[in-house]
Design a protein around this ligand. Structure first.
Ligand SMILES: C[S@@+](CC[C@H](N)C(=O)[O-])C[C@H]1O[C@@H](n2cnc3c(N)ncnc32)[C@H](O)[C@@H]1O
Length: 431
């Protein structure tokens, strides 16, 4: 017999791990168990995805999260889509925590007595076993029919603290979940709806391997890959939205979660399918020139393969040369300023400006004077180093530059860049 929790009547007895969600403006406190907090989806990220789902037409039925952890993503989907939910979690204490968290979310939204909450359950069991979960729920709810599943959400656990991991290290495994649930998923306009929450650490080859696993069960199902970033150039989540959860004609999507929960996420859609390549721009080494513009873009946007698409919206048929594609400071060279009228577009640019001087020096504390003299010829008041330097030396050099410039009378802001593999430093006036 599977243990089933009814969120409306489960309490927190025995649960000791809890914490306010830092992205929910202090309004929600969530329970976790078995050190589940780092696995949980932040409330703001969960809401952003659920919001995107509301724009689609899902089949009728339940939201299923078959590895629901603390139930946060499940709770967000249920609340925004106004659907009942089924959560499955192997760890019994986490299953209980999920039930309590769904109750807190419903209470916060004043929806505890809704029909959808009355029909919602968390099952402590194996999320790969659709047959057992569906029949246990039907029996528990005294229903003659198995619960129709409108959306399957899967956020499997994966090894922590390692840069890479194999697809078979995901728990539960994708292929096993697909086989276990395929017969129970309701069909929408574009087939069943699935949202697979994967790790941004997957290589391009592994992403293609995920697609092959999907095709083995739902051959040719439509798909949208979604890169989500909370800033600092990091991809926080990589997800594959399938079938009725995908958007027709959109192979890739970049979602930038804004700093505040009250603002809407910034979404860029387009791109080529993953089968046609990783979508990264082609790096071209070209001697730097005075007068040209250099911009350092958001690394997560570049990773999504949508940077060229976005650049078309902020330039006028501009020829762009990619000086650096990988790493934390992807760099482009161009002739005219970028058109960054809107705040969100500005958020996707770390720095942009015009090259006013080239300096061939060995950057160190002993050469700061030389650099500052050169910079002062261009009326600079402040210059930010944007070149890779050892973390122990970077703040020292930046501090020395700041101190020297503070004593002089420049007016403009500048930044310092370098092209990979080139010794030349480029001084750019920020625009
Ligand atoms: C990354 S967490 C999910 C977090 C969730 N999205 C949230 O918002 O809290 C993955 C969960 O899968 C659970 N899990 C692993 N194997 C499972 C299985 N076979 N069946 C059900 N749950 C499983 C783990 O215990 C873990 O809690």
């Amino acid at each position: 017999m599977l243990e089933i929790f009814n969120p409306n009547s489960t309490d927190s007895a025995g649960l000791t791990e809890y914490a306010p969600d830092s992205t929910a403006a202090g309004t929600l406190v969530f329970y976790h168990a078995s050190q589940g907090k780092p696995l949980a989806t932040p409330w703001q990220v969960a809401l952003a995805r659920s919001t995107l789902l509301t724009q689609l037409s899902l089949p009728e039925g339940y939201i299923l999260d078959c590895a629901c952890g603390s139930g946060i993503q499940l709770g967000a989907h249920m609340a925004l889509l106004q659907r009942p939910g089924i959560g499955v979690e192997l760890d019994v204490m986490r299953a209980q925590a999920s039930a309590v968290n769904l109750q807190s979310i419903a209470q916060y939204r004043n929806e505890l007595n809704s029909v959808r909450m009355q029909n919602t359950r968390i099952v402590a069991g194996d999320g790969r076993d659709g047959a057992s979960v569906c029949s246990a729920i039907a029996e528990h709810l005294n229903s003659e029919r198995l619960p129709p599943i409108a959306l399957l959400h899967l956020d499997p656990a994966r090894p922590r603290n390692s840069r890479t991991h194999g697809l078979d290290e995901m728990a539960p495994r994708l292929d096993e979940v697909f086989k276990g649930w395929a017969p129970y998923l309701a069909e929408g306009e574009n087939g069943p709806a699935l949202l697979l929450d994967l790790s941004p650490r997957l290589t391009h080859e592994q992403r293609l391997a995920v697609e092959r696993m999907v095709d083995e069960v739902w051959n040719g199902i439509t798909r949208t890959w979604v890169w989500t970033s909370r800033g600092r150039g990091r991809v926080d989540r990589l997800a594959l939205w399938l079938g009725s959860a995908s958007t027709a004609g959109v192979a890739r999507r970049f979602v930038r979660i804004p700093p505040s929960i009250t603002e809407e996420a910034y979404v860029i859609s387009g791109g080529e399918s993953l089968a046609s390549g990783d979508g990264l721009p082609v790096h071209l080494r070209q001697p730097p020139r005075r007068g040209e513009r250099i911009s350092i873009l958001d690394a997560a946007l570049v990773e999504s393969g949508l940077a060229d698409e976005w650049l078309k919206s902020v330039t006028k048929s501009e020829h762009i040369t990619w000086g650096d594609v990988e790493g934390r400071r992807p760099q482009i060279h161009h002739k005219h300023p970028l058109r960054l009228e809107n705040e969100m577009d500005r958020m996707l640019v770390q720095a942009t400006g015009r090259v006013v001087a080239l300096a061939r020096i060995q950057l160190g504390l002993d050469t700061v004077d030389q650099l500052v003299e050169l910079v002062l010829e261009h009326d600079v008041a402040k210059m930010t180093i944007r070149v890779p330097l050892a973390p122990e030396i970077q703040p020292k050099i930046q501090g020395a530059i700041d101190r020297q410039l503070a004593r002089r009378h420049g007016r403009r802001e500048a930044f310092l860049v370098q092209q990979p593999g080139d010794e030349m430093f480029l001084i750019c006036i920020a625009e």
